[in-house]
Structures are given as structure tokens and as C-alpha cells.
Design a protein around this ligand. Structure first.
Ligand SMILES: C[S@@+](CC[C@H](N)C(=O)[O-])C[C@H]1O[C@@H](n2cnc3c(N)ncnc32)[C@H](O)[C@@H]1O
Length: 252
């Protein structure tokens, strides 16, 4: 497998990725909203935006415009302010936008491109930044969860994504002239978590099938089935990755 964002199967991947992103979208926003909200003073540039429907709707309900920027044009369709562009070379002037938002993007980039992306984020943001990435290594190693965790991590690595990059996210922004807060959100199970886990895993399986990895997809499917059965009796059993955040207003 290679990075699905750059392979010939790209278009099919978008369908899979769309459903995964929709599945986790609202949950992710709810978990991180207390950090985002205090940073809102005007338009938000959402880079590596994907469709980002939940953020779009929440900002719109508060009268705040969102500019969605993604390398991939198809994710931007139907959005009010789409910009096709690359996170490592933003087509904006210095300090052009109050808040730069980048969620689950840097984990897909090489070290070199992460560094460029961080520089671009700091160049374009006039007031604040919010950057978040996952750390899937937060899942327990024990029993069925542990087996599922190994499968998820192996699969995501195969897709070209660094599943534990979130833990190293703060390092990317260190020494770049802006003092940040960092947060690590260990998600707790709540009503609806079961559906989030199920949808995320189904999209993972569909992604594997796209890459001809049917046996691996079936292995994920059967492990997921056991995991779901066991978790039904243990509401805390549904596990999701830790969300690691670098955020803050520009310091004087
Ligand atoms: C995992 S998705 C996250 C989407 C959205 N931020 C969210 O959290 O739902 C990663 C997104 O980053 C975009 N992307 C990847 N590399 C990019 C780059 N170099 N420049 C701009 N967008 C990029 C992909 O097209 C995709 O939409």
C-alpha cells in the first residue's frame, strides 16, 4: 500500500474517507470545541479541511466564516469558501487570517513537509492556531482491544499515516517563535461512541479492500465483532485514539 491520497485509486479512497470523516466529525469537534471556541475572533482558515461539515455548521451558526483549504478539490465541493491548495505553501499573505485550524492532517505528511506546514500556519495566522492529531497508541494493549489496536496501527501505517504522530505534534511547533498550550484529550465513552468506533472501523475495512487487502479487512471485521460484543457489557470498553492538540493565541 502507499499513501492513498497520491495513488491511482485516489477517487475511490475519497468515498471511503468521506464516510470515515463524517463518522468521527461531530465527536471530534465536541471533544475539542472547548479549546477552539476561546480562539474565535473572526474568519477561520481550515487547512487540510476535508469536507469538515461539523465545523462548517458550528461556525456558521455563530456567524463566523470558514475558508476550507484542501489539496483535494473533491472534498471542497459545495462549501461556501473553498480554496484548493497545499498546506506547505499557503496562498495567503502573512497574518491574513485570525485563526488557522488543522485537524488530522500533519500525520499524513513527511517530517520535512510537517515542518513547512508549521511555518506556513504561523506565517498566515494573525491571532491563533489550533492543530490536532491522533495518537492511536493510547488504546489499551490488553485482550481484544490490543488485537484491534495492532491491526489499526499496522493498517494506518500501510496507508502512509503515522498513527502515533499526535504524541510528537508539540515538537513540530517548538522553537518557532510562538508559545503554545498543549493538550492531550483521552476520549471517554459516551452515548454514540459505539457508532463512531463502528463507522471508523468500517471505513478502515473498505480502505483495505480498495488496496486488495481483503484478508486483512476480514481480520479487522472479525476482531471488531468480538470487540463490539465484549464492549456492550462494558460501556467504557469502546476505545478511541487520544487527540493531541497544539493551540493558543499569538503571544505579544
Ligand atoms: C484525515 S483528513 C482530515 C480532514 C479534516 N481536517 C478532518 O479532521 O475531518 C486529511 C485531509 O488532509 C488533506 N491533505 C493531505 N495532505 C495535504 C496537503 N499537503 N495540503 C493540503 N491538504 C492536504 C487531505 O486531502 C484530507 O482532506
Amino acid at each position: 500500500m502507499s499513501n492513498p491520497y497520491t495513488t491511482p485509486t485516489h477517487r475511490e479512497w475519497q468515498t471511503v474517507e468521506r464516510s470515515r470523516l463524517f463518522g468521527m466529525d461531530e465527536w471530534l469537534l465536541d471533544e475539542t470545541w472547548p479549546i477552539i471556541e476561546p480562539l474565535l475572533i473572526g474568519p477561520v482558515l481550515d487547512i487540510g479541511s476535508g469536507p469538515g461539515i461539523a465545523l462548517e455548521a458550528r461556525l456558521r451558526s455563530r456567524g463566523i466564516p470558514r475558508i476550507a483549504l484542501d489539496r483535494n478539490h473533491d472534498y471542497l465541493m459545495g462549501l461556501p469558501a473553498p480554496v484548493q491548495g497545499d498546506i506547505t505553501d499557503l496562498p495567503m499573505a502573512p497574518s491574513a487570517i485570525p485563526l488557522l485550524h488543522a485537524r488530522a492532517v500533519l500525520g499524513w505528511l513527511s517530517d520535512e513537509h510537517r515542518d513547512l506546514a508549521a511555518q506556513e500556519i504561523l506565517r498566515v495566522a494573525s491571532h491563533g492556531v489550533f492543530v490536532a492529531d491522533f495518537d492511536w497508541s493510547a488504546l489499551s494493549d490488553a485482550g481484544t482491544v490490543g488485537r484491534l489496536k495492532d491491526l489499526i496501527i499496522d493498517t494506518l501505517e500501510g496507508f502512509g499515516f503515522d498513527p502515533s504522530f499526535g504524541a510528537r505534534l508539540p515538537g513540530v511547533f517548538e522553537g518557532k517563535g510562538w508559545k503554545f498550550s498543549t493538550a492531550r484529550i483521552e476520549p471517554t465513552a459516551r452515548p454514540g461512541t459505539e457508532g463512531v468506533v463502528q463507522e471508523a472501523m468500517e471505513a478502515l475495512m473498505a480502505g483495505l479492500r480498495l488496496f486488495g487487502q481483503d484478508a486483512r479487512a476480514n481480520e479487522v471485521g472479525s476482531t471488531l465483532e468480538i470487540f463490539m460484543r465484549e464492549s456492550r457489557n462494558d460501556p467504557d470498553g469502546y476505545q478511541l485514539p487520544a487527540i493531541c492538540v497544539v493551540s493558543g493565541p499569538r503571544q505579544a
